[in-house]
Design a protein around this ligand. Structure first.
Ligand SMILES: Cc1cc2nc3c(=O)[nH]c(=O)nc-3n(C[C@H](O)[C@H](O)[C@H](O)COP(=O)(O)OP(=O)(O)OC[C@H]3O[C@@H](n4cnc5c(N)ncnc54)[C@H](O)[C@@H]3O)c2cc1C
Length: 805
């Protein structure tokens, strides 16, 4: 052990091993992995070792595909066998709803260029003769599934890293971490103290504890998980090949071959946490006592689905622990507020995701950029709220219990709610608000006035809330709609250096005092880091508005780029709130609340100002996401209820009504407006996403300028278009493939029914060379090809006259 390393990786499970390997692979060889016991002695040693590329998040799916492709390479480089069995895998469907979901998923994977196919019960039986297919409708087959040896795989990563120069220090626990005044880290270990420029927390079952060593509470907790391994199964002994791996979604079990027997794992609906705070330090290669009574309901279904289990002995029960986060995805990246402290933990699928985590983290540490849109596993997708014990337990319990349960895009799940709510929660509920939540903040999805206790049916098709949303859209276009802006994040930037700093941070020109601009923010590689609006309230005082759920992510970016002096940055997201009101009557409504001229001449489109409303210094900006004349009215949280009452009273005779997220989605798609995480992501550049018009290439230097210029010169491969789909009772919702003559040419980013124009609409990235040809296209909606065409301009008010009226 040396006294100093560039990077110390804490933890020698599959994830830490992969991080070490990738750091070395990309050129950082002055690195060490420190392991408390032996390699794999956390969750890794007793994992079932199953892997698959499929994931609900296409970006994570792509990275899982990378992990699987990597195994040959580490085996070759290290000379250690990873014990790979590429059996292929099938997800079973025992209900019409599940079959429809699999059909829809197959199309989504096609859009991601992952080849899967639907299989009949007969084919399932052929590929896995021990499945009882009696009540099955079919399944989804993926050739790139299988299982491997956890021990061999970990040693292959580490072996290759050691050949490249990495040190591996075993039987030596890191007991304390301290940041030194010069920014380096001091790691106190059982065998002495060393320093490191960077620390990576890859401590698996102990990750929360290793977080707490630096004062960080990570939203990750261990949970129990069972599988059993049988004696040899005669039917498999007689077979001259391996059966495919099976996931019985309605049965809550998965099965894979294990020598000539099988391994059956269970995702029970009544799961248990284990050591929420992290495992004890002296926990070794131990198992937990099996809790068979608790998993019996699912086990019984498994024994019916695979009847051979009834006649064969059980060689081994395993009840082990591994970690979960609230959404089941890992925590990766630099921890906000802790310079050079990185995490690679919370990984529930080390054999599908370990390689991707190592790749992402190593690229991020070395190049300053994760290399792809990995928001779905970024540690900064959560705020402090997520690590609070009761929330964490509630969310992870729900995730585990629903691991194989169908989740519909319109479904709002109950765990961890309500956690955060605005002062108008009760008032909006009284108006019929049906809530969802974003970043734990309750947000109205739609209003069902006069239908107390209305329950929306979860579906892939248009739901029973369709008509409520239609009424909200109509009211907004014909009178006025009032949308609670709790889903906005607000940041104030002030001080003598504010303008100069923002001018460098944002790719747009800064607005004049009293004006607003749409301001893309770029990373050095020219990819989007935000689609903010910037309001200049005074020469040296600005407001930036973005998405509420991106707060921790944006604050980390801002903090990383803040100059040492001259700029004050305040996150006002939980201190300010308000309503975005829009529609032709909105001027008449707001005029009743303010003592100033709100005419188009006095307060035109893209104006902003502070004005007294309900006794508060409100910040008002004239713009809207609906495409109508509109005002975003922001007040301190304490004044929101009063604002709501005042708006309601002023709008009573003018047709004002409350609207929710669904209506906003329909309205913005009628205007072809993109939003973050659908049309705009970290993997998009401004040219392809139609944001280049807001980039001031000629204003001088700003972050990402050179790369964005290169994109402009080279031209993007893809372009964002609006599609009109000949749909029946279902609309696109995102990730559906767009085809021309059956050939994949793009994919949908978001879709909805345009209630005012009465058309099914979608935004999609498609190959640029065909976008101009006005081709005949199809979009697979729930797996069924529907005719579609490109709209040359937005479906509603293409000239934007109403916005400026
Ligand atoms: C029963 C079961 C079945 C599973 N089946 C599968 C499967 O089929 N497919 C799949 O992909 N995944 C499966 N998993 C999950 C898989 O095991 C995990 O995703 C994976 O092991 C996580 O690896 P890790 O490196 O993050 O954590 P761990 O394996 O827990 O490794 C963390 C390491 O950090 C070390 N450490 C912690 N603190 C310190 C410290 N302070 N100083 C030094 N060292 C420290 C620990 O000793 C440990 O070795 C299963 C898990 C279980 C329990």
């Amino acid at each position: 052990m040396k006294s100093h390393y560039r990077v110390v990786v804490v933890g020698g499970g599959i994830v830490g091993a992969s991080v070490l390997y990738h750091l070395v692979k990309f050129g950082w060889t002055d690195v060490a992995l420190i392991e408390r016991g032996e390699l794999t002695c956390g969750s890794t040693w007793h994992a079932a070792g199953g892997f698959h590329a499929l994931n609900d998040d296409p970006n994570i799916s792509a990275l899982q595909g990378y992990t699987i492709r990597l195994y040959d390479e580490i085996q070759r480089e290290s000379g250690v066998s990873v014990g790979m069995h590429m059996t292929g895998g099938i997800s079973l469907a025992a209900s019409t709803e599940r079959m429809e979901m699999l059909r829809s998923e197959r199309s989504m994977y096609e859009a991601m260029e992952i080849e899967t196919r639907l299989v009949t019960p007969e084919e399932i039986r052929e590929l896995c003769p021990i499945v009882d297919v009696t009540n099955l409708q079919g399944g989804l087959y993926d050739a790139h599934e299988g299982y491997m040896d956890p021990h061999g795989t970990t040693h292959a990563y580490v072996g290759a890293a050691k050949i490249g120069g990495a040190d591996v220090i075993l039987r030596n626990r890191v007991v304390e971490l301290q940041q030194l005044p010069d920014g380096r880290w001091s790691a106190v270990t059982e065998n002495g103290t060393i320093t490191a420029d960077h620390i990576v927390n890859a401590a698996g079952l102990w990750a929360r504890k290793v977080g707490q060593m630096v004062g960080v509470n990570l939203p990750v907790t261990p949970m129990q998980h069972h599988y059993l391994i049988t004696e040899d199964v005669p039917e498999l002994v007689a077979l001259d090949r391996e059966i495919v791996s099976i996931t019985d979604l309605e049965g809550f079990t998965y099965l894979q071959p294990e020598r000539k027997g099988v391994l059956l794992g269970i995702y029970e609906r009544d799961p248990r946490h284990w050591k929420v705070e992290g495992a004890d330090w002296d926990f070794g290669m131990d198992l937990l006592p099996p809790d068979i009574d608790r998993i019996l309901p699912e086990l019984s279904i498994g024994f019916e689905r695979f009847p051979v289990l009834q006649n064969v002995g059980i060689r081994r029960w395993v009840n082990g622990a591994f970690t979960f986060t609230p959404d089941g995805n890992p925590l990766v990246g630099p921890v906000p507020g802790k310079k050079n402290y990185w995490v690679a933990c919370g990984c529930m699928g080390g054999f599908s995701q370990g390689g991707a985590i190592g790749l992402t983290l190593a690229q991020w540490m070395i190049n300053g950029d994760p290399g792809a849109d990995i928001f779905g596993m970024d540690v900064a997708r959560y705020g402090a709220f997520a690590a609070e014990d009761s929330y964490l337990k509630d969310m992870t319990r729900e995730f585990y219990a629903r691991r194989f349960v169908i989740s519909y895009p319109n479904e709002e799940l109950p765990a961890g709610r309500p956690l955060k709510a605005s002062p108008c929660y009760g008032a909006l509920k009284a108006e019929g608000a049906v809530y969802g939540c974003t970043w734990a903040m309750e947000t109205p999805q739609f209003f069902a006035p006069g239908h107390s206790g209305f329950v929306e049916q979860p579906t892939l098709r248009r739901s029973n809330a369709h008509d409520f949303v239609a009424a909200e859209v109509r009211a907004t276009r014909e009178a006025a709609g009032m949308f609670e802006s709790a889903v906005y994040a607000r940041y104030e930037v002030s001080g003598p250096g504010a303008a100069q700093w923002l001018d460098h941070l944002l790719a747009s020109r800064l607005p004049r005092t009293g004006r607003v601009r749409l301001a893309p923010m770029l990373s050095p590689n020219g990819k989007l880091m935000g689609d903010l609006t910037v309001s200049r309230l005074a020469e040296d005082r600005f407001w930036l508005i973005g998405s509420y759920y991106l707060q921790a992510w944006h604050m980390r970016w801002f903090d990383d780029h803040l100059p040492p002096a001259g700029v004050t940055l305040r996150n006002l997201s939980d201190a300010w709130i308000g309503f975005a009101m829009s529609g032709p009557a909105s001027r008449e409504i707001i005029s009743q609340l303010v003592d100033r001229d709100m005419s188009n001449a006095a307060f035109p489109f893209l104006s902003c100002a502070e004005m007294q409303i309900v006794g508060a210094d409100a910040v008002v900006a004239r713009l809207s996401l609906t495409g109508e004349l509109g005002y975003e009215i922001n007040v301190p949280v304490s004044h929101q209820l009063a604002l709501h009452e005042a708006l309601t009273a002023a709008g009573r005779n003018l047709g004002l009504r409350s609207i929710g997220n669904r209506a906003l989605d329909s309205l913005r798609l009628e205007k072809s407006y993109g939003i973050w995480n659908s049309e705009f992501t970290q993997s998009c550049a401004p040219g392809m996403s139609n944001l280049a018009q807001h980039v001031a290439f000629d204003k001088g230097d700003f972050i990402g300028r050179d790369a964005a210029l290169r994109e402009r010169e080279a031209g993007a491969d893809k372009t964002l278009v609006t599609l009109l789909i000949d749909a029946t009772d279902a609309d696109a919702s995102g990730f559906e493939p767009v085809k021309r003559n059956g050939r994949l040419v793009g994919s949908v980013t978001s879709g909805a029914y345009g209630h005012f124009v009465k058309q099914s609409l979608a935004l999609a990235y498609i190959d640029r060379d065909i976008a101009t040809a006005a081709p005949e296209l199809t979009v697979d909606v729930i797996g069924e090809a529907r005719p579609a065409k490109i709209l040359p301009e937005p479906a509603y008010d293409p000239k934007g006259l109403r916005l400026r009226s």
